[in-house]
Design a protein around this ligand. Structure first.
Ligand code: 5GP
Ligand code: MN
Length: 340
């Protein structure tokens, strides 16, 4: 793992990438690396494929992040002069959309630090630890080997990813080593209660009503397989003034029932021009989220049927076509992947 640090030592202008629709771990791991690298007096730039949700905008350094979908020319100019690419929290070029093609065209060294299964072999040096709670756990371990005091911005970024990728330490959080790590982040100046509030208590009233609508009107339950499915079309999203990030967490809610062990959430979205080009001009993308409890993998279903992947209990995928087709695909396949 410390080999990553020698790549950094030799670099002067570093680009840091993380996955599309960045979550707390994506933003936390990339921004922690950013703060570390600029603290060495080197140039660094976080570039993300598309916008991150507003509830992460408070993160230190978030205002310096470049969005590739809206600032491609500026990002490309930076990348053409970069001498190192660091990839955090993703395992394959297709997880960063159009930025993936640009990355593959760059000749500078690329390193990856991630916790998703089955990394693709696109980087010169790969740290892949699927049993880690989060990429932030891995970055924390990496930076801790330096024996230097973690700065407050770095500690805040790392705590955010540890907190969000474990649902505030309610899943994926049995690795004992994360708790001394959290203690060290608090000692470094993290106010964990303030971060919880900044991330989890920031919803709009519209979003609260959307949740009510999903649970009351839209949750289909498949009792034999202890499964729930919620899906929303564009009209429904519009009705609740849907904003990026509003879907966050809805997929977890059915699991609060003692009768539900699998939960799937789908929503209709527009394909980007790049996605349209790659999918025969289809304009509609269905974004799927999968969650489960215990020994009930959902990543296999996500990867085999919905071109996605992820972890045992939290996975995602996508489908290019209508929402009705995606729902039918779910109905045709769930019994094969979900235990009765
Ligand atoms: P979420 O449901 O929060 O969007 O995603 C949960 C997890 O599933 C993410 O941490 C990520 O590992 C994985 N994931 C989500 N969407 C995709 C996708 O389209 N492809 C792949 N390979 N993994 C995904
Ligand atoms: Mn992650």
């Amino acid at each position: 793992m410390t080999s990553i640090l020698s790549y950094i030592q030799q670099a002067h202008k570093v680009a840091i990438f993380t996955h599309q629709s960045p979550d707390g771990d994506a933003m936390g791991s990339s921004l922690a690396m950013y703060h570390y690298i600029i603290s060495l007096g080197k140039e660094a730039q976080v570039i993300v494929p598309n916008a991150f949700p507003d509830f992460l905008a408070w993160m230190p350094g978030a205002d310096s992040v470049l969005l590739y979908d809206t600032h491609q020319a500026q990002a490309d100019a930076y990348l053409d002069a970069a001498d190192l690419v660091i990839c955090t929290d993703f395992n394959a070029p297709n997880r960063i959309g159009a930025l993936g093609d640009k990355m593959l065209s760059l000749t500078c060294p690329k390193v990856m630090i991630d916790h998703h299964l089955h990394p693709s072999d696109f980087a010169d040096f790969i740290v892949s630890v699927p049993e880690a709670s989060s990429t932030c756990e891995l970055v924390c371990e990496l930076l801790s080997t330096l024996n230097s005091q973690l700065s407050i911005p770095i500690a805040q970024c790392l705590y955010t990813g540890l907190m969000t990728d474990t649902g505030n330490f309610s899943y994926n959080s049995n690795r004992p080593q994360i708790y001394p790590m959290i203690a060290s982040l608090i000692e470094a100046g993290v106010d964990k209660d303030a971060i919880y509030n900044a991330v989890f208590n920031q919803y709009s009233v519209d979003r609260m009503k959307l949740v009510g609508y999903c649970l009351y009107q839209k949750m289909r339950v498949f009792p034999e397989h202890h499964a729930a499915l919620i899906y929303l079309n564009r009209k429904e999203l519009y009705r609740f003034n849907f904003q990026k990030g509003d879907a966050e967490g809805i997929v977890n809610m059915p699991l609060q029932s003692k009768d539900i062990h699998y939960s799937v959430f789908m929503r209709e979205d527009k394909a980007t021009p790049d996605e349209m080009e790659k999918n025969g001009g289809i304009k509609t993308k269905i974004k799927l989220s999968f969650r489960s409890q215990g020994d009930r993998p959902v990543n296999v279903f996500a990867s085999e049927v919905f071109n996605g992947g992820g972890h045992t209990n939290a996975a995602g995928g996508e489908y290019y076509g209508t929402l009705a087709e995606a729902v039918q695909l779910f109905l045709d396949n769930y019994a094969k992947y979900f235990k009765a």
